[in-house]
Design a protein around this ligand. Structure first.
Ligand code: K7E
Ligand code: CUA
Length: 668
């Protein structure tokens, strides 16, 4: 081979490689840079993020497949439901149907079980009056020794004084009660440290019992407030009304309550806000409520010895009104189980410190947090250090004798939570800030005690705030969330009804840091509790096929595989139907106009997340059948015609074929 030929070949090779390289580089500079090769700095620059933004983003990001550290249970406000939100990702995980129909979960949309639940707590005023909404305010997780135990959740309906019990094994409502004697509530729900009782403070006083009438001129004589103690039977997972009781209190508007813990276990503290007993009447020449209710400088913190009240009830000293034992106001005074502590101007929150010794009160029209010492309260009671009695004869403890501290924190303080370092965090509504301050006593000594240390602006009009396990005996610190009423300019506009704004705050450092804004577009949440995620241990499927969530056991009437079919008994038609990917069995339900139809439906699935729905078109029915679940539908086939039924969850490739027909033959 001639040397120059070889040279030509190798030259050609070099040229070819060089050309290839040029082509390759020109292709790669034409197309976009790989997403993964972008540095954090480049991304931040492209998106206009500051270093602080990037820092916050990294603290909230939870990658796919990874879980959140904390779970928040938030009141759903007007939606009547409960929101379940992960922290720090602030991802909405679930909406739990509580008081209002929720079609996806098949709650109030045709299942016999949910209809019975809703009916059980319906307000018996007027026939056929079905409550169709609720105003949920305060969720309360069940506690053991003052700590969240992750087993149950309670939630109130302020609008109708109802309480719902949610079992955290399947995140479903198991019981709803309409509290006797009350139309509305507000100081609800709160639990005692071992969930012996679910506490409920009335708000707007009304004549007792609740469907009775008295003219507004007889407000002082006939209208009353109530503090309810609903006995929780943990084994059954139900409130036991037979062992529950209420305490009659003056017609001041009882507001939020908190149970004493540790040293103050056995006591309950409820704020109130109308010691003036103003009755409104704006337009009739009377002062409007907002002025009438705020005339006096002090209202009364209700200090209740519930352990003593329990004994008074056991001794038969309560009388039954509307089916519940009620301790009369006079008995409460005579037995020494009710005292008042003056609390400043338009009080709202009442929050007990983790050690149980301090009760923090904030006045909406005050600039202070006022802190009472439980030890001082006990001393004042023992030595009868009263500054007087209210018009009903309830002893009023001497303010200065029970006050542990008072510190100026800003205009419009509302609610307080705690961390693991001896700090308290108070929401300051009018200023739109979170105020961080030090507790005294065992937490901070000398001039470090009772000091405002920092204020952080939030956006805007903060109501409650929540910190991780921040109302228990052992708060976690780490995160707080500011629950803001107004969002104003924080989100892309969506019309004149703006979402609420949950702002996640990192409280682990020396300064509070705002991390994330989460819009809530489903109602106005009030209170939220935040629990360590690993305390929850929910089921992933129902434990056995045929499980009835209403009884939390296998239903003897559940339809069984191999036993499907239709049985007629006179006008009653009973259908036993199973559901599994991708068919219902049977697929034809043939009935006659006017028949009473019962469908027992069981999902015989065992695979996680293989949920089926069951809707009958034109009959306003939709159920959710989670793996193993059994449910029942009952209706009168009063509309003749042909009505398809189908599965409302896209459960499989043949989901659209998971269907059948209800054939209602007209009367001759
Ligand atoms: Cu302050 Cu109902 Cu707890 Cu609203 S309540 S904020
Ligand atoms: Cu079952 Cu779709």
């Amino acid at each position: 081979m001639k040397p120059n030929k070889r040279l030509v070949i190798s030259l050609c090779t070099v040229l070819a490689i060089a050309a290839g390289f040029l082509i390759f580089t020109s292709i790669s500079s034409d197309s976009k840079q790989s997403n993964l090769s972008q540095s954090a700095g480049e991304i931040a620059q492209q998106r206009g993020l500051s270093p602080a933004d990037v820092n916050a983003a990294l603290k909230t990001y939870v990658p796919t497949g990874k879980y959140d550290d904390y779970i928040m249970f938030s009141s759903g406000g007007h939606s009547g439901q409960v929101l379940v939100i992960g922290v720090p990702s602030m991802r909405l995980l679930k909406v739990i149907a509580a008081f209002t129909p929720e079609p996806w979960q098949g709650f109030g949309t045709g299942s016999k079980e949910s209809a019975e639940l809703l009916e059980s707590a319906n307000m018996p005023i007027g026939k056929n009056r079905t409550l169709s909404w609720a105003d949920t305010h305060h969720p309360a997780l069940s506690e053991t020794n003052g700590d969240y135990d992750g087993k149950f959740l309670f939630i109130n309906d302020k609008a109708n004084a109802r309480i719902a019990v949610i079992d955290l094994r399947d995140f479903e409502v198991k019981q709803m009660i309409k509290s006797p004697n009350l139309i509305s509530d507000h100081g609800s729900t709160f639990v005692t440290p071992n969930t012996e009782y679910v506490i409920q403070g009335a708000q707007y006083a009304t004549p007792i019992p609740y469907n009775s009438y008295a003219p507004i001129e007889e407000y002082q004589e006939k209208y009353r407030g109530m503090i309810g103690f609903y006995k929780f039977n943990r084994k059954k997972g139900r409130i036991d009304m037979a062992r529950s009781f209420q305490i009659e209190v003056p017609p001041y508007w009882q507001d939020l309550c908190d149970a004493g813990k540790k040293v103050s276990e056995g006591w309950v503290f409820c704020g109130s806000l109308n010691s003036e007993m103003a009755t409104g009447g704006f337009g009739d020449g009377k002062p409007p409520f907002e002025a009438g209710v705020s005339q006096r400088d002090m209202d009364y913190l209700h200090v209740v010895n519930w352990k003593k009240a329990e004994k008074v009830v056991a001794a038969g000293k309560a009388k039954v009104i509307s089916g519940i034992k009620v301790i009369s106001l006079q008995t409460a005074i005579d037995e020494g189980l009710l005292y008042f502590v003056p609390e400043p101007k338009s009080p709202h929150g009442a929050d007990v410190s983790p050690d149980g010794n301090y009760i923090v009160i904030s006045g909406k029209l005050d600039t202070h947090a006022t802190i009472f010492g439980f030890d001082k309260i006990q001393k004042a009671i023992a030595s009868k250090n009263f500054e007087g009695k209210d018009p009903f004869g309830v002893p009023i403890l001497d303010f200065n004798a029970v006050k542990a501290a008072q510190l100026e924190i800003g205009l419009g303080p509302l609610h307080t939570q705690f961390d693991d370092q001896g700090y308290a965090y108070t929401s300051v509504f009018i200023e739109s800030t979170v105020a961080k301050w030090t507790l005294g006593g065992p937490y901070h000594k000398g001039d470090k005690a009772w000091k405002l240390v920092e204020k952080m602006p939030v956006h805007y009009n903060i109501g409650h705030l929540v910190c991780a396990e921040g109302d228990t005996v052992s708060p976690d610190g780490k995160y707080c969330v500011s629950l803001n009423k107004w969002a104003i300019d924080r989100f892309t506009p969506v019309g004149p009804l703006h979402p609420q704004n949950f702002q996640l705050i990192d409280v682990s450092g020396s300064k509070m840091q705002l991390l994330y804004d989460m819009p809530i577009g489903i109602g106005e949440p009030h209170y939220v509790q935040m629990i360590k995620a690993d305390k929850l241990n929910p089921w992933l499927v129902y434990p056995e096929v045929g499980y009835n969530p209403a009884t939390m056991s296998v239903d003897p009437n559940a339809a069984k595989a191999g036993k499907e079919g239709i049985v007629r008994n006179g006008n009653n038609v009973e259908v036993n139907m199973t559901a599994i990917r991708s068919h219902f069995n049977p697929e034809h339900i043939k009935v006659k106009e006017g028949d009473h139809v019962t469908i027992n439906l069981t999902s015989i699935e065992r695979a996680r997340d293989a949920t089926h729905g069951f809707a009958i078109d034109g009959y306003n029915i939709n159920l959710s059948l989670e793996p193993g679940e059994s449910s029942t539908v009952e209706f009168v086939a009063d509309k003749p015609g042909v009505y398809p039924f189908y599965c409302t969850e896209f459960c499989s490739a043949l989901h659209l074929e998971m269907a059948g027909y209800l054939l209602v033959e007209p009367k001759k």
